[in-house]
Design a protein around this ligand. Sequence first.
Ligand code: SF4
Ligand code: SF4
Length: 82
Amino acid sequence: MMTPEEMEEKKKMVLSMCVCSSCPSWVACDEKGGFCFPTIGKSKCITEEKGCICKNCPVYEKMDLKHMYFCTKGSEKEQAGM
Ligand code: SF4
Ligand code: SF4
C-alpha cells in the first residue's frame, strides 16, 4: 500500500510523462491527462475514441499497463475490475 504522499508523488510523475495531449482523442479543457492513474480516472471532456497513443507513453511500460482508452473507459485498476 502507498501512503497518500507517495500516491501524490506518483501522480505528479505520471502527469509529467503523460502524452495524452498529443492524442487524436484529446479534447482540451481543464484536464491534464493521467487518466490511467487510479485517483484521476476517466475524462469529463473526452467522449469520442479517435485513437489512443498510451502505448507510446513512458508510463505505459513503467507501470506495466495493459489497457487503453483510460480517458473513456477508466483507470487501469478500474478496467482490470479492481
Ligand atoms: S498511459 Fe496514457 S493516460 Fe497514462 S499517462 Fe500515459 S498517455 Fe496518459
Ligand atoms: S487515454 Fe489514450 S485515448 Fe485517452 S487521451 Fe490518453 S492517449 Fe488518448
